[in-house]
Ligand binder design. Structure first.
Ligand code: PDD
Length: 287
């Protein structure tokens, strides 16, 4: 069934939505994005995603095509038009189409940004049976650029990482730099040792996950101990539990790292509890 998508001010059937071949998102990966999940037909952590988007745009000196209030309206309109109960909304903003290829940024006064949004319908997202089994990851070298805090559409290496995992018979990959895990290909990475939740501190080395911020807040509110520091693959393999977070997977247990079982080889109680709290609280605060 055809979706209704949003392109530069218009709601259109997906077949009719078009972007120029000169768009800098297409030619230069000169664009940023956000993925917001939908539960019970409502947006989870919308404000966090809108704030991070504003920051990504600012870091790249890109103009916002509309206000946060207008963005919220567009998100809600797409949820309604496509009848989404559970799923995601993908949003992308690029530096627009100057009508030719040039490395130099176009003048924002004459080249408007391109904005595209579409829905991804995922019934059963919250009840995903994979979360009950856990997933396996491999480790690969993190060779991405140095501004991973900006949510750009340069996703070739994360895609390659997922393909490397697939070829190795695993589900995903964790990225390693200078002997320490930075994050997953499209998620933030955690381990649990002696009841303590350990995850890398925020810097330009990782994306500042919106789910990460919420999960750590809920963990602290539930009196769980949190330590923000780096860890190695060896430490993760020897941990009691491992998991990752993202807007599309919420809290996902990791039960195998480079072929070695983590803890009992089954999802652990901390990850299961955090997933439950995150889903409960997100449903309550979704807008
Ligand atoms: N990915 N780290 C990376 C590299 C990511 O791409 C993502 C999100 C995260 C988690 O951030 P958040 O909790 O705000 O979703 C961490 C999205 C879901 C994606 O690319 O589909």
């Amino acid at each position: 069934m055809s979706r209704t998508v949003y392109v530069n001010g218009e709601y259109l059937p997906e077949e009719e939505a078009k972007v120029s071949i000169f768009d800098r998102g297409f030619l230069m990966a000169d664009g940023v994005y956000e993925v917001t999940s939908v539960l019970d037909g409502k947006l989870v952590d919308f404000e966090g995603h809108a704030k991070r988007l504003e920051r990504s745009l600012g870091e790249l000196e890109m103009k916002a095509p509309c206000t946060t209030g207008e963005l919220l309206e567009i998100h809600r309109e797409l949820v309604a038009k496509n009848g989404i109960e559970e799923g995601m909304i993908y949003l992308q903003i690029t530096r627009g189409s100057p009508g030719d290829r040039d490395f130099v940024f176009p003048d924002p006064e004459t080249t408007a940004p391109t904005i595209v949004l579409f829905t991804q319908n995922k019934p059963g997202l919250a009840d995903n049976p994979v979360a009950k089994q856990g997933i396996s990851v491999i480790s690969i070298e993190d060779i991405r650029w140095g501004r991973r805090d900006i949510k750009t559409v340069q996703l070739l290496y994360p895609s390659m990482g997922k393909m490397m995992a697939k070829k190795a018979g695993a589900d995903d990959a964790w990225l390693v730099e200078d002997g320490k895990v930075t994050e997953g290909t499209s998620n933030n990475a955690y381990i649990v040792k002696g009841g303590k939740i350990i995850t890398r501190a925020l810097s330009n080395d990782i994306l500042h996950g919106i789910t990460r911020a919420a999960v750590l807040r809920f963990a602290r509110e539930a009196q769980m101990e949190v330590e923000e520091r780096s860890f190695s693959i060896e430490e993760a393999q020897g941990a009691d539990e491992a998991f990752f977070t993202s807007a599309s997977a919420f809290v996902m247990p990791v039960v195998k790292i480079d072929g070695a079982e983590v803890g009992t080889g089954k999802p652990g109680p901390v990850a299961a509890r955090l997933r439950e709290i995150y889903l409960d609280e997100s449903r309550k605060t979704a807008i």
